[in-house]
Ligand binder design. Structure first.
Ligand SMILES: [Zn+2]
Length: 181
Protein backbone atom coordinates (compact mmCIF):
# COMPACT_ATOMS: atom_id res chain seq x y z
CA UNK A 1 0.00 0.00 0.00
CA UNK A 2 0.83 3.60 -0.16
CA UNK A 3 0.28 4.87 3.40
CA UNK A 4 -3.27 5.61 4.52
CA UNK A 5 -2.63 9.35 4.77
CA UNK A 6 -1.49 9.48 1.17
CA UNK A 7 -4.61 7.69 -0.05
CA UNK A 8 -6.73 10.25 1.80
CA UNK A 9 -4.68 13.10 0.31
CA UNK A 10 -5.15 11.66 -3.19
CA UNK A 11 -8.93 11.68 -2.61
CA UNK A 12 -8.76 15.34 -1.57
CA UNK A 13 -6.77 16.14 -4.73
CA UNK A 14 -9.43 14.45 -6.86
CA UNK A 15 -12.05 16.37 -4.88
CA UNK A 16 -10.49 19.62 -6.12
CA UNK A 17 -11.79 18.72 -9.60
CA UNK A 18 -15.35 18.47 -8.19
CA UNK A 19 -15.22 21.45 -5.86
CA UNK A 20 -18.20 23.79 -5.69
CA UNK A 21 -18.28 26.75 -3.28
CA UNK A 22 -21.29 25.44 -1.35
CA UNK A 23 -20.21 21.82 -1.13
CA UNK A 24 -20.50 20.61 2.47
CA UNK A 25 -17.11 19.63 3.92
CA UNK A 26 -18.38 16.19 4.84
CA UNK A 27 -18.28 15.27 1.13
CA UNK A 28 -14.48 15.63 1.17
CA UNK A 29 -14.10 14.05 4.60
CA UNK A 30 -16.13 11.01 3.56
CA UNK A 31 -14.27 10.83 0.22
CA UNK A 32 -10.93 10.77 2.08
CA UNK A 33 -12.17 8.09 4.49
CA UNK A 34 -13.53 5.99 1.61
CA UNK A 35 -10.13 6.09 -0.11
CA UNK A 36 -8.58 4.41 2.94
CA UNK A 37 -11.22 1.67 3.35
CA UNK A 38 -9.70 -0.81 0.81
CA UNK A 39 -6.75 -1.34 3.17
CA UNK A 40 -9.05 -2.75 5.86
CA UNK A 41 -8.28 -6.01 4.04
CA UNK A 42 -5.06 -6.25 6.11
CA UNK A 43 -7.31 -7.38 8.98
CA UNK A 44 -7.54 -10.67 7.09
CA UNK A 45 -3.85 -11.43 7.81
CA UNK A 46 -4.81 -11.97 11.45
CA UNK A 47 -7.41 -14.54 10.40
CA UNK A 48 -5.16 -16.61 8.18
CA UNK A 49 -6.13 -14.99 4.87
CA UNK A 50 -3.16 -15.08 2.48
CA UNK A 51 -1.95 -12.03 0.58
CA UNK A 52 -2.87 -13.49 -2.82
CA UNK A 53 -6.37 -14.68 -1.79
CA UNK A 54 -9.64 -13.18 -2.97
CA UNK A 55 -9.99 -11.38 0.38
CA UNK A 56 -6.19 -10.98 0.68
CA UNK A 57 -4.39 -7.63 0.70
CA UNK A 58 -4.91 -5.75 -2.60
CA UNK A 59 -7.58 -8.29 -3.53
CA UNK A 60 -11.32 -7.67 -3.96
CA UNK A 61 -11.40 -4.52 -1.79
CA UNK A 62 -8.99 -2.90 -4.26
CA UNK A 63 -11.06 -3.81 -7.34
CA UNK A 64 -13.01 -1.45 -9.58
CA UNK A 65 -16.24 -3.27 -8.71
CA UNK A 66 -15.65 -2.73 -4.99
CA UNK A 67 -15.05 0.98 -5.70
CA UNK A 68 -18.32 1.17 -7.64
CA UNK A 69 -20.28 -0.67 -4.92
CA UNK A 70 -18.86 1.34 -2.03
CA UNK A 71 -19.41 4.60 -3.95
CA UNK A 72 -23.06 3.60 -4.48
CA UNK A 73 -23.60 2.70 -0.82
CA UNK A 74 -22.02 5.95 0.40
CA UNK A 75 -23.87 8.13 -2.13
CA UNK A 76 -27.19 6.47 -1.28
CA UNK A 77 -26.86 6.26 2.51
CA UNK A 78 -24.81 9.31 3.48
CA UNK A 79 -26.25 11.72 0.91
CA UNK A 80 -29.93 10.93 0.60
CA UNK A 81 -30.64 14.64 0.47
CA UNK A 82 -29.34 16.63 -2.47
CA UNK A 83 -25.86 18.12 -2.11
CA UNK A 84 -25.58 21.73 -3.39
CA UNK A 85 -23.82 21.84 -6.76
CA UNK A 86 -23.75 18.06 -7.17
CA UNK A 87 -25.96 15.77 -9.20
CA UNK A 88 -26.29 12.27 -7.76
CA UNK A 89 -24.11 11.01 -10.60
CA UNK A 90 -21.27 13.48 -10.04
CA UNK A 91 -21.31 12.67 -6.32
CA UNK A 92 -21.07 8.95 -7.16
CA UNK A 93 -18.30 9.66 -9.69
CA UNK A 94 -16.27 11.54 -7.08
CA UNK A 95 -16.55 8.72 -4.54
CA UNK A 96 -15.80 6.12 -7.21
CA UNK A 97 -12.64 7.93 -8.35
CA UNK A 98 -11.53 8.56 -4.76
CA UNK A 99 -11.85 4.85 -3.93
CA UNK A 100 -10.49 3.57 -7.26
CA UNK A 101 -7.45 5.86 -6.92
CA UNK A 102 -6.40 3.63 -4.01
CA UNK A 103 -5.84 0.57 -6.20
CA UNK A 104 -4.22 2.68 -8.90
CA UNK A 105 -1.67 4.12 -6.46
CA UNK A 106 -0.97 0.70 -4.96
CA UNK A 107 -0.32 -0.57 -8.50
CA UNK A 108 2.33 2.15 -8.82
CA UNK A 109 4.30 0.92 -5.78
CA UNK A 110 7.49 -1.08 -6.06
CA UNK A 111 6.63 -3.99 -3.76
CA UNK A 112 4.10 -6.53 -2.55
CA UNK A 113 1.69 -8.21 -4.93
CA UNK A 114 -0.21 -6.36 -7.62
CA UNK A 115 -3.82 -5.20 -7.46
CA UNK A 116 -6.83 -7.35 -8.38
CA UNK A 117 -8.52 -4.59 -10.39
CA UNK A 118 -10.94 -6.99 -12.09
CA UNK A 119 -11.90 -9.11 -9.09
CA UNK A 120 -14.23 -11.02 -8.70
CA UNK A 121 -14.19 -11.90 -12.44
CA UNK A 122 -10.43 -12.28 -12.45
CA UNK A 123 -8.21 -12.37 -9.37
CA UNK A 124 -5.02 -11.76 -11.35
CA UNK A 125 -2.86 -9.11 -9.65
CA UNK A 126 -1.66 -6.21 -11.78
CA UNK A 127 0.94 -3.48 -11.46
CA UNK A 128 1.13 -0.46 -13.73
CA UNK A 129 4.18 -0.48 -16.04
CA UNK A 130 5.42 2.59 -14.14
CA UNK A 131 6.02 2.11 -10.40
CA UNK A 132 7.79 5.11 -8.88
CA UNK A 133 6.20 4.92 -5.39
CA UNK A 134 8.13 3.10 -2.65
CA UNK A 135 5.90 0.49 -1.06
CA UNK A 136 4.79 1.39 2.47
CA UNK A 137 5.46 -1.12 5.27
CA UNK A 138 2.38 -2.79 6.76
CA UNK A 139 2.29 -1.78 10.44
CA UNK A 140 3.18 1.50 12.09
CA UNK A 141 6.37 0.45 13.93
CA UNK A 142 8.25 -0.34 10.73
CA UNK A 143 7.41 3.13 9.44
CA UNK A 144 9.97 4.78 11.71
CA UNK A 145 12.99 3.34 9.95
CA UNK A 146 15.24 4.48 7.14
CA UNK A 147 12.97 2.74 4.64
CA UNK A 148 9.97 4.47 6.23
CA UNK A 149 11.62 7.80 5.46
CA UNK A 150 12.19 6.76 1.85
CA UNK A 151 8.50 5.88 1.61
CA UNK A 152 7.44 9.24 3.01
CA UNK A 153 9.70 11.07 0.54
CA UNK A 154 8.38 9.16 -2.46
CA UNK A 155 4.73 9.60 -1.39
CA UNK A 156 5.23 13.32 -0.81
CA UNK A 157 6.63 13.68 -4.31
CA UNK A 158 4.33 11.35 -6.24
CA UNK A 159 1.04 11.78 -4.33
CA UNK A 160 0.99 14.85 -2.08
CA UNK A 161 2.62 17.20 -4.59
CA UNK A 162 0.27 16.30 -7.50
CA UNK A 163 -2.72 16.53 -5.12
CA UNK A 164 -1.57 19.97 -3.96
CA UNK A 165 -1.13 21.05 -7.59
CA UNK A 166 -4.68 19.92 -8.38
CA UNK A 167 -6.06 21.89 -5.41
CA UNK A 168 -4.01 24.98 -6.35
CA UNK A 169 -4.99 24.77 -10.04
CA UNK A 170 -8.68 24.42 -9.14
CA UNK A 171 -8.43 27.45 -6.88
CA UNK A 172 -6.66 29.51 -9.57
CA UNK A 173 -9.17 28.55 -12.26
CA UNK A 174 -12.10 29.48 -10.00
CA UNK A 175 -10.45 32.77 -9.12
CA UNK A 176 -9.88 33.68 -12.76
CA UNK A 177 -13.37 32.68 -13.86
CA UNK A 178 -15.12 34.39 -10.91
CA UNK A 179 -16.96 37.54 -12.05
CA UNK A 180 -15.00 40.56 -10.86
CA UNK A 181 -16.86 42.73 -8.38
ZN1 LIG B 1 -4.08 -0.71 -0.53
Amino acid sequence: MASVFSHAVAALGIGACFYRPRTPKRVWVIGALCAVIPDLDVIGFGFGVHYGDFWGHRGFTHSLLFAALLASVVALLAFRQAVPGFSGFSLWTYFFLAIASHGLLDAMTDGGLGVAFFSPCNNTRYFLPWRPIRVSPIGVSRFFTHRGLEVVKSELFWIWLPAALLVASGWLIRRRSAPSA
